[in-house]
Structure formats: C-alpha cells, structure tokens
Write a protein that binds this ligand. Structure first.
Ligand SMILES: O=C(O)CCC(=O)C(=O)O
Ligand SMILES: [Fe+2]
Length: 260
C-alpha cells in the first residue's frame, strides 16, 4: 500500500475523511471540539461513573464495553445481551455531564459524508459505541481491524476502519499516541484469530509515524489498521487521561458504522 501523503495532522473535512479511510493521511484533529467546562463536567462524571477494569497488568478503567473483549470466550449473543447495560452506563455519564461527545461527533461527520452514518447493527440489534477510558498507563502496540479481529460479525465487511477519541482530561506529561503506517496484515492461519495486541516492534521499524497529543477538548481520528500505542504518563493529582471513542468503519454500501 502506498504511504501517507505527509505526517501532518489535518482538519476534518470531506476530503480528509475519505483520505483517512483510505490510509493516505496520518490523522485528523478537531481542535476545540468541547469547551473547558464540558471537559471538566465530563471528566468529573466519568470518574464517578460505573468504572470497570481490564484484567491486564496496566490499570485501564473503562465505562461501556469493547466488542473485542468477546473475541475468545464469549458468544455473539453474550455481546448483544450486554450492549444495553453498557449504553446505560455511558448515558448516565453524558447526562450528568450534560454533554454527549458521540452525538456531537455525529453532528460533525454527517454533513461531510454522502451515505448514512450510525451505530453498527446486525440482525436488527445495535452495537455499542462510545467507550470511556481513564488511565495514565501505557497501551501496548496493537491494531484494530474488524475483518481480522471480528471475522464472525457484520463489521467484518468494512473496507476501512478509523478510531476517534475525544479527550476530556489530559495528563501532566506523557500519554501521547503513536501511529505507524504499516497496515496490519498478519500471516493468516486458517480458523485462528490473529493476536492483535503486543505486536512485534519490527512492524514499527522504518515506516512513517505520527505522534499526537491527547489534548483535552480535542478529538483526534486515525486509521486503526495501522499499529498504534499509547505512552504512559504522569497524571495531575486525582487525574487521568480520560477519553471517549469508538471505531468508524466503511461498509460495502459506503455507509459509516460505529462500534467500540
Ligand atoms: O486513546 C487513543 O489515543 C487511542 C486509543 C486506541 O487505541 C484506539 O482508538 O484504537
Ligand atoms: Fe486501538
């Protein structure tokens, strides 16, 4: 695949959205997506929300769910059964904050895209989107690419995958995300879902990269098929890197579908 045109952060417009889906540009930033008041309210509500923790060494709090968690030992029925509760937990945060970043993101995207944009769905059931994360720990090198991560789900039909993240609170230092232009294509073993976390450092060598700051108030969007990682950082007292985000996939009919 040809590389990025450059490694600049670009503004959100129709042309850049299409280029990002085609992995031709490195990232899109929406500066000032939320006001300082909205960020403070959202961060406060998230810290008091229904936080859960992943069973990994790093301490990563989250509200909502990630479809990825259902990859190995849970069924699709389990996944769809859990969507409503995840939505309710996130909705409670948004209501307390009087700010819904997912709804605002859709307001930014819809005028730019010629086809429908909405939650991913399958057999009449909605996926969940808008996971909230609170951490100051690193997140290891990984790629998010539904055709390989979620082969048995409707989202496997996408031909481009983005991740958007809204940052409500930033760290004192650290917490940058680095994205490497090396669209993930592991050696396919039939019937085996390739591990997508803790990817080999060899994937990062000699390829274009961009490092973005997780700046409070902004949204950053990038192509998640590229391996990416988050640096650890130092929080302010009682603080964290607090984000809300989801994936955005392009379906064969050109509609954009969201899930986390
Ligand atoms: O929080 C970030 O900067 C990126 C999170 C991530 O891994 C993703 O959106 O796929
Ligand atoms: Fe990711």
């Amino acid at each position: 695949m040809s590389s990025w045109l450059d490694t600049a952060e670009r503004p959100l417009d129709a042309a850049n959205l299409a280029l990002l889906l085609d992995n031709k540009i490195a990232a899109i930033r929406i500066p000032g997506f939320a006001s300082a008041d909205e960020c403070a309210r959202f961060a406060h509500a998230a810290k008091h929300g229904a936080l859960q923790y992943y069973k990994v060494r790093e301490k990563i709090g989250y509200i909502g769910l990630a479809q990825y968690q259902y990859r190995w030992d849970k069924t699709k029925a389990d996944f769809f059964a859990d969507v409503a509760a995840a939505q309710a937990d996130v909705q409670a945060v948004c209501e307390q904050a009087r700010f819904d970043p997912l709804a605002r993101l859709l307001e930014h995207l819809r005028p730019l895209w010629p086809a429908p944009i909405g939650l991913a769905e399958e057999a009449g059931q909605d996926y969940f989107a808008g996971i909230i994360r609170c951490t100051s720990d690193k997140i290891d090198l990984h790629a998010d690419w539904a055709p390989l991560n979620s082969p048995d789900y409707a989202i496997a039909a996408i031909d481009g995958q983005l991740g958007w993240n809204f940052f409500a609170e930033q760290l004192l230092s650290g917490g940058q995300t680095t994205v490497y232009h090396n669209p993930w294509q592991p050696q396919a073993e039939p019937g085996v879902i390739a591990p997508s976390y803790g990817l080999s450092r060899s994937l990062t060598e000699g390829v274009p990269q961009i490092t973005y700051e997780a700046t409070a108030g902004d949204v950053v969007i990038f192509n998640t098929r590229n391996p990416h990682e988050i640096a650890p950082g130092i929080p302010r007292p009682g603080g964290a890197r607090i984000s809300m985000g989801s994936f955005i996939g392009r379906m064969p009919d050109r509609s954009l579908v969201l899930w986390a």
